[in-house]
Design a protein around this ligand. Structure first.
Ligand SMILES: Nc1ncnc2c1ncn2[C@@H]1O[C@H](COP(=O)(O)OP(=O)(O)OP(=O)(O)O)[C@@H](O)[C@H]1O
Ligand code: SF4
Ligand SMILES: [Mg+2]
Length: 351
């Protein structure tokens, strides 16, 4: 147990989107209202200075969790506590600006998230101006130069525009901008997945280095397990809006328990076993408008039985790992150690 409380604590977080057709269409076509349970009772915490990675296939609710964490969405139910403060309540009160300074978000697409008509200096300086942290022009320029240096760019880049940079460099500009207010917590939603494979590792290494030097805490979202393995301390696996497994990185990769986690790991290419075919992820994610009953993974699960179809498994702590699976709870399914070869660290070129 760690002595200090976690920086971020998420309790029973739920976000339901109303995706119904307009009222008149529903009346004419006799259609009911429709709701997507994008995030459905998710709970986890993140220790200071650590990285929790969230993984899962497209549509499982990762970005919705990210947006809930920084207050871009209000939860339908549940709570996000940041340093003990309820963020939804704090963002409505007098401490809103202080809280916004302490957490920042980095988005997937560095092309879309930087204003093309602004210089790099103005882009990186904007949060400093908005929060009135530095008021004089010379002070702003020297702080922007410092931030650019921290991400491996130069002060001489300040008068340039985003289109003069490569994708990896643009993402570094986004990181410099996110760091401007000296946040403690960064929510990174697929920060490298729009980048070429060769520059992904560079950007990830800069992020890890900044974390070490500045004690940053990260929520890192990715559907790429090789990336997750490179950056995380702990991993949460999501399926259709729910957390199905939560473990420290070493345990998750060496002894995956949940059948869905096993399926995802079996799809990672084997290192040093080039002759061996990997097992592609089986089946498809069900329609979130009409999720399966019981365990929502049951239509794809080789271990499903009648209980799985009827009863939703709770996230329970079993041998130090949090896991939502009847078969594991009942002892029908044992942890499956992966072979030594499969545990080799992934090389940068495999990211
Ligand atoms: N603003 C919204 N309005 C309605 N439905 C939404 C909204 N945002 C997300 N959803 C739905 O919620 C579910 C979760 O979406 P989300 O974007 O959080 O998934 P994701 O895990 O980030 O997926 P991806 O890997 O594709 O980015 C999806 O079914 C999506 O269609
Ligand atoms: S609860 Fe049942 S269906 Fe769900 S993952 Fe476990 S064994 Fe498979
Ligand atoms: Mg997403």
């Amino acid at each position: 147990m760690s002595a200090s409380p976690p920086l971020v604590e998420v309790r029973d977080l739920t976000k339901i989107f109303n995706v119904s057709a307009p009222w008149l269409n529903r009346v004419v076509e006799r259609k009911p209202k429709q709701f997507v349970h994008a995030v459905d009772g998710v709970g986890f915490s993140i220790e200071r200075g650590k990285t929790l990675a969230l993984v899962g296939e497209s549509g499982c609710g990762k970005s919705t969790v990210a947006r809930l964490l920084v207050g871009l969405y209000a939860p339908t139910a549940g709570q996000v506590l940041f340093d003990g403060m309820d963020i939804a309540a704090t963002l409505r009160g007098p401490q809103a600006a202080v809280l916004r300074r302490r957490m920042q978000m980095i988005f997937q697409d560095p092309y879309a998230s930087l204003n093309p008509r602004w210089t790099v200096r103005d882009i990186v300086a904007e949060p400093l101006v908005e929060h009135a942290l530095i008021r004089d022009a010379a002070g702003l320029s020297s702080r922007v130069a410092e931030l650019l240096n921290a991400v491996g760019l130069a002060g001489a880049d300040m008068p340039k525009f985003p289109h003069q940079f490569s994708g990896g460099q643009r993402q570094r500009i986004s990181i410099a901008r996110a760091l401007a207010t000296q946040p403690e917590f960064l929510v990174c939603d697929e920060p490298t997945s729009a980048l070429d494979v060769s520059v992904q590792a560079q950007v990830l290494n800069i992020m890890k280095d900044l974390q070490r030097r500045q004690g940053l805490t990260y929520l890192f979202i990715s559907h790429n397990l090789a990336v997750v393995r490179h950056v995380s301390d702990d991993v949460g696996v999501m399926y259709l809006g729910r957390l199905v497994e939560r473990a420290d990185k070493a345990t998750l990769f060496s002894q995956p328990r949940h059948p869905y986690t096993r399926m995802l790991l079996d799809a990672i290419p084997d290192i040093g076993m080039s002759g061996r075919a990997r097992t592609p992820v089986q089946g498809e994610v069900p329609n979130p408008l009409n999720p399966p009953t019981g365990c929502s993974f049951h239509p794809r699960c080789p271990h499903a039985n009648a209980r799985c179809k009827a009863e939703r498994p709770a996230l329970l702590e079993i041998q130090g790992v949090k896991i939502a699976c009847h078969a594991i709870e009942e002892g029908r399914l044992q942890p499956q150690p992966r072979s030594a070869l499969r545990q080799e660290p992934l090389a940068a070129e495999q990211l």
